[in-house]
Design a protein around this ligand. Structure first.
Ligand SMILES: C[S@@+](CC[C@H](N)C(=O)[O-])C[C@H]1O[C@@H](n2cnc3c(N)ncnc32)[C@H](O)[C@@H]1O
Length: 488
């Protein structure tokens, strides 16, 4: 859990690289009237389709949600969510048309291995690999502080603030009510505070010509700004050996949709090995339509942590649980299907649990509910085999079938019903971890709480709605199974 001091530090309008004006909305840019981004891309040799413009998506209520039927009150709230700025078509655009093309020198990238001796390279080497956004963020801060940077037209068009939870108050971090995300947020906050100190000590006494930020102070707040700018806007494109994160000017004005109307294409000129990044229309785009890309099939944890927004009814959202005999025992008891094997598996059951990597050295105990699988395959297989008394039937079953929900009752209907009932009980247990009820969340969302409080509440409410949806689908399955059994 982040200390209050940690979150205060990151939310404070502390001295940063430039003077900032107060936050107005997520469409506010780093400078009040930044240069025309489209004109800059064209001037640099890029292509921008003449029927595109940058528009504020805050007031339009544009994007995925507004086109879908409202099936739950939470969607109405989401409809008010600001998407910030976005790209919009001013006229119909044909399927397959090039929308944007960026020449090789416009993407902003950073490979610390290219400059291990520079101060920036040495700082980047201190950033853990999983925080790759901070590595590229250092380059972004370097360009932001450099007088006459070739990327200034781009950087000045970046948002002034981000709605990612590292900038939430301590209270709003608690309001998330979901330990795995709170853990990640705190980890990032702690890293930024430590990194601020490390940077200060590493750059102490450095000659001004070698200073990566032109002598300007870099604190946790400005580091957080840079990390969030990258995590919410960079795309990972193919490099020589691996995926290289890059900031793609103008392309990063496209908002997200799981049903996008455009996609990114990367081309390498074999002669010059120069890279061309294009955005191509994937379908016919009508007038006044936002141009959208799919940022990935991500859970709401990642959308919130990296991008600062939550998707209602996200089909890829899930909750994490720890595989634990005592928890399964309690759930199976609550479901009325208790079996002694759950807490003390037989030897043959232990062998399969070990194959499933749920017991033994190096066991991975994290399992999930929700997402496209509905129930984590390893959890489902474990419950099926623990609730089946017939060793031969289990040993003759294919392990992949045991892990699959689409394999109908691989160990027979009674075992299947018991396993699914136990999962439903696990859902109930998971819901009980959340201290508030959905109705309480809804009333906060209807009130005048701050943007970050609403985002935190929206996040936890979506988690609960998702768990309820899993329960509903599994209960339906149990009903169908018992109907089939009684019909047989
Ligand atoms: C790559 S940028 C897109 C341009 C951005 N809207 C802007 O104002 O610069 C990604 C950010 O846009 C916003 N965004 C994109 N898609 C969204 C969506 N479907 N719902 C809500 N916000 C979205 C989020 O703030 C996200 O961090």
């Amino acid at each position: 859990m982040a200390t209050n001091a940690a979150t205060k530090m990151l939310t404070a309008t502390a001295a940063s690289l430039t003077h900032r004006r107060p936050l107005t909305c997520s469409a506010a840019r780093l400078v009040p009237q930044p240069p025309d981004l489209m004109r800059w891309v064209r001037r640099e040799g890029g292509f921008v389709h003449p029927s595109l413009k940058i528009a504020d998506h805050t007031s339009h209520g544009l994007g995925l949600l507004s086109t879908e039927p409202i099936v739950h009150p939470s969607l109405k709230i989401a409809d008010h969510t600001s998407h910030g700025l976005g790209l919009l078509s001013t006229e119909p655009i044909a399927d397959g048309s090039d929308l944007i093309a960026l020449p090789d020198h416009l993407p902003l990238r950073f490979d610390p291995q290219d400059e291990p001796e520079s101060a920036l390279g040495r700082l980047a080497a201190r950033v853990p690999v999983e925080l790759w956004a901070m590595r590229l963020g250092l380059r972004l801060l370097h360009e932001r502080s450099k007088v006459g940077s070739s990327w200034w037209s781009y950087i000045s068009n970046l948002p002034e603030t981000f709605s990612v939870p590292i900038f939430f108050s301590g209270e709003d971090i608690k309001n998330l009510q979901y330990a795995p995300l709170i853990h990640q947020v705190n980890k990032r906050c702690r890293f930024l505070l430590e990194f601020e100190k490390e940077i200060k000590s590493l750059l102490e006494g450095i000659a001004s010509k070698d200073h990566p930020f032109e002598g300007k102070d870099v604190d946790a707040s400005s580091l957080g700004w840079a990390m969030s700018a990258v995590s919410s806007r960079a795309f990972r494109l193919h490099g020589d050996d691996s995926d290289v994160p890059m900031m793609l000017p103008l392309i990063d004005m496209c908002n997200h949709s799981f049903d996008p109307n455009a996609r990114i294409v990367q081309e390498i000129d074999t002669g010059s090995s120069k890279m061309l990044v294009r955005v191509v229309a994937e379908k016919q785009i009508e007038q006044d339509t936002p141009i959208t890309l799919n940022y990935g099939c991500l859970s709401n944890d990642l959308f919130l942590l990296d991008y600062g927004f939550v998707i209602p009814e996200n089909p890829f959202d899930h909750v994490e649980l720890r595989y634990d005999g005592a928890l399964l025992d309690a759930a199976s008891m609550a479901a009325g299907v208790s079996s002694p094997s759950i807490s003390s598996p037989e030897k043959w059951q232990q062998e399969i649990l070990s194959q499933l990597n749920l017991i033994g050295d190096g066991a991975v105990l994290k399992v999930t509910l929700g997402g496209s699988d509905l129930v984590d395959g390893r959890l489902l297989a474990a419950l099926r085999l623990l609730l089946c008394n017939d060793e031969d039937t289990v040993l003759n079953s294919d392990i992949d079938a045991l892990k699959s929900l689409s394999a109908e009752a691989p160990l027979g209907v009674p075992t299947e019903t018991a396993a699914l009932r136990t999962v439903v009980a696990l859902c109930v247990v998971s819901l009980e971890y959340f201290p508030t009820k959905i109705m309480q969340d809804e009333s906060i969302l209807k009130g005048d709480a701050s943007g970050s409080t609403k985002l935190a509440v929206q996040f936890r409410m979506q988690k609960k709605l998702m768990i309820i949806d899993v329960m509903r689908k599994l209960t339906q399955r149990i009903r169908t199974l018992s109907k089939e059994k009684s019909a047989a």
